[in-house]
Design a binder for this molecule. Sequence first.
Ligand code: ADP
Length: 763
Amino acid sequence: MGTLKVLILEDNEYDMELVKRSVVSSSNYHFQFTWVVSKNDFIKALTDTKFDIVLSDYNLPQFNGIDALKISKEINPNIPFIIVTGTLTEEAAADAIKAGAWDYVVKERLHRLPLAIESVLKLKNEKLKLKESEEKFRLITTSAQDGIIMIDDEGKINYWNPGAEKIFGYSIEEVRNQNMHSLLAPSKYHSQHLPAFQHFRETGEGPMLGKVVELEALKKDGTIIDIELSLAGMQLSQGYGAVGIVRDISERKKAENEIKRQYYFIDAMLHSIPVPLFYKDTEGKYLGCNEAFSEMFGKSAEEIRGKTVTELWTERYSQTYNEKDLELLQDKSKQRYESVILDKDQKEHQVIYDKAVFYNEKDEVAGIIGTFTNITEIKKKEAELILAKEKAEESDRLKSAFLATMSHELRTPLNAVIGFSSLIDGSLPLDEILEMAKLINKSGNHLLNIIESIFNISMLQTKELKIRPESFSVYDVFLEMKSVIEAEINNEKKEHIFVSFEPEPNTTSTAIVTDKTKLIQMLTNLLSNAVKFTEKGKIEFGYFFTEKDITFFVQDTGIGIPSDKTELIFERFRQVDDTHTRQHGGIGLGLAICKEIANLLGGSLWVDSEEGKGSSFYFRLPDVVLKDAELPENVAEPSIPDLKNTALLIAEDIESNYSLIEAMLRKTGAHLLWAKSGEEAIRLASENPEVSLILMDIRMPGINGYEATRSIKKIKPKLKIIAQTAYTMPEEIAKCIKAGCDGYISKPISKIKLYDVIRQMMQ
Ligand code: ADP
């Protein structure tokens, strides 16, 4: 129980005592009284002390109770002020209450005073509480960022907090008693509002009550903003009013719209990217994809959403895929790797995946975004390029190997020619000179063979060589070949190799029709290869018939050919061993020539071989076998022509060539004249009427063979002229004939060829 401080304003001491006594008599409080009489003391007491209650007489000498009340209110407006008076008219009492007195008690009825005190104290308490609650309300509403607006049952604003002022720009003075809807709602909402408000006003019900709705609202400056409004109904003495809490969500809306805009932009961008793109959560479930991705796999974003790779596609690829995803989620970085995918048609594509993680607003990894680039075509091109590069390297290597082989193959015989010829001089014994000459001749022939092979292959390939079919005895060719092998075996000093000859039995009189020279050329090649590539064992050579076809075979037990090279050896300049350490000589043209000849003769050439065991070459000619009766008469062996009474003019600028011809014709008994130039040939031909044949070199300095022939033919049209030429091309021959030559002989000139052509001319 507290102590109440009571200030008593009373000019009569006796009355003061009475008041005191009556106050103390029936009260639970302890009292501490202060008695003042004068106005000044009253003011001083109020100023110095905080009293709980003032008890004031009405009629005072200097001033009355109403004045005292005013002073009290001024100094402390919350002190309960009770007028205690002797007499008080009804009017004075009303005035006192009007002026702010909390109660009044007439002195005759002082027993009422404790009750009056009790009730004013209660009232004071309630007033304080109310004030406190008002203060709280004020504090809440003024500090709230949201606008708080109250309207009465007519929709007029009667409360408007600073938040609302800030949002809308109107002060409370400007909005008080204004219709909230007309003031704040843009006109498009007006027509719906009126009936709805009428209903609300009567029933307290409305569709917006108890909800948070988003609306547009009008500011004082005329701009329209987005607001969020939560509305609550409030029952008033008559009808319903409402409290609205308004939040300006313009910024939020702007941000939302910006997010929407960005979303639409990103969405459009994703779909316009021609590269397939997808994104997934951390559990590997697809969140979405772009159109290129849908197109590739024939599945829409809706179909893949929420599904995993394993659920959607074959397990064959998903395992690596999932492993890679886990790796990426752990590393939280980027990833690029090559892989294979199956498209909607189950077609495989080689791709490069590019994946990266993406994060959520809490900076946690939220998933994986990935794309892939189809590199199938690039890979194909890459493989093609590698192949082309390998081919180029191979051809480069072949070129070098070819040059090395040629250089070696040409230098070896040339070395012999140059070496031995430089050794020969008059001091050497004749038998040594002859031995050296033999070696020089052998090397020269070897060189000639190489050159012939080269010409041969180029002519065969340009189809310039014509075939000259004739009928002849196969057996004769066989015998000829037999002596070729024997000579070869002898040459190579490989007598330990057993050679077996296996002609088809009883065919000594069987003839075939084909180009004999070319057949011999081919068989010679095959046989000399057999000898060359065989060190021990045996060589079998023979032929057999199948109806009208003939097949020649050359088998050996030599080094054999690796299976991957059996095609290649028929190509020009290709050899099984093309390294510089190879054991066997040769320039790799023999089989290419054989192949061309086989084609030219309408036959086929092939090989069966096993590396290390040996090879079998076969050459089959279809439809060439003649019946025995068709066999021609044996042609006589070419013999030395008799030219004893014949004068021959040899036009040749190079002395060694003339000497060769001279040596070849020595045994014929011919009388030779030597012209060392074109001019000399013309002169000698016109001066020597006994000359019946001229061997005309085409390439001579000054007047060449063509011109000389033309001049001679003008003087002596019947004189036979044979062109000697190193060029055996058909154009070359045609040129000679055109110039007037009657025949030609190609260099190097062989004795047999020379005899043949002279014999032809002399007929
Ligand atoms: P060359 O004999 O001049 O090398 P060819 O065209 O005649 O050229 O032969 C090409 C290659 O084929 C030879 O270098 C050799 O590697 C292989 N070859 C040919 N005949 C035989 C054979 N009888 N045995 C083993 N290899 C052979």
